[in-house]
Design a binder for this molecule. Structure first.
Ligand code: ADP
Ligand code: ADP
Length: 232
């Protein structure tokens, strides 16, 4: 589905250059849940943002469904990005828009025809179990509900790949469990490939099919995990 080929990223601040991601190669297999684990500052979040070119790599290539995203046209890049959803630790919702408005905004960005939008909004909000919250504002929701809105927003344009940046780090254990089940459900029933960045081994253990370990900007280990039974 997605292939990173020797991608690297450095940041320069106050005249100092810091290598956040050393040249890293990685294959994200279609249909899997790929965990990226490591301590804070290891470069996980930067690596994830390289996958949809939210950050442009200094060097290397990002192949999404065999197309090199560094070399495609603006239009093709926009198309590819529509196929790649993303969620964040702090949810990143638009505060002055309702739940409905947050999902609607994603569909506007994706240039979904107006006539299809309401049906799609209802569909994704009922998929995450928030159909009764359409009129609420983010501030009126719990952390777990906010993350569900974020998932609904990310899923609105029917992505093939969902990138998750520490999606459970702001949630309590019970809400974390629910959210992981939602991600598992998205993976299994919709066939969406998932990449999940986390510093929690428990998250990896519960849903990942494969995990890469990052240390100081490098991937130091990658291994497969036994498949979980269906009844979770
Ligand atoms: P992780 O997700 O594993 O905690 P990050 O990818 O967020 O790691 O960060 C890796 C390193 O790159 C850290 O030292 C961080 O301070 C640095 N870094 C990340 N983003 C930026 C940025 N926009 N500007 C400068 N330094 C950054
Ligand atoms: P925001 O205030 O963030 O723009 P709203 O959801 O309040 O988002 O309103 C945006 C537009 O969508 C309004 O015209 C509103 O009437 C319409 N709208 C909001 N919720 C629904 C819904 N459940 N079904 C149909 N139209 C809706």
């Amino acid at each position: 589905m997605l292939s990173l080929q020797k991608v690297s990223k450095s940041y320069t601040s106050q005249g100092q250059t810091f290598q956040a991601v050393l040249p890293v190669s990685m294959e994200i297999e279609t249909g899997g849940i790929h965990g990226i684990i490591g301590t804070s500052g290891a470069g996980k979040s930067t690596l994830l943002r390289l996958m949809n070119l939210l950050e442009r790599p200094d060097e290397g290539s990002v192949l999404f469904e065999e197309r090199d995203l560094m070399r495609v046209s603006e239009r093709e890049l926009r198309e590819a990005r529509r196929s790649i959803g993303m969620i964040f630790q702090q949810f990143n919702l638009v505060h002055n828009r309702t739940v409905h408005g947050n999902v609607a905004a994603a569909l506007e960005l994706a240039r979904t025809p107006k006539r299809d939008r309401e049906r799609r909004i209802t569909e994704v909000l009922s998929f995450v179990g928030l159909e009764d919250k359409v009129r609420q504002y983010p501030a009126q929701l719990s952390g777990g509900q906010k993350q569900r809105v974020a998932i609904a927003r990310a899923m609105a344009s029917n992505p093939k790949l969902l990138l998750c940046d520490e999606p459970t780090s702001a949630l309590d254990p019970q809400t974390t469990e629910d959210l992981l089940n939602t991600l598992l459900h998205i993976n299994r029933t919709l066939g969406v490939t998932i990449v999940i960045v986390t510093h929690e081994m428990e998250v990896v253990r519960q849903i990942c099919t494969r995990v890469s370990v990052m240390e100081m900007g490098a991937v130091v280990d990658t291994f497969d995990l036994p498949k979980r039974s269906e009844e979770r």
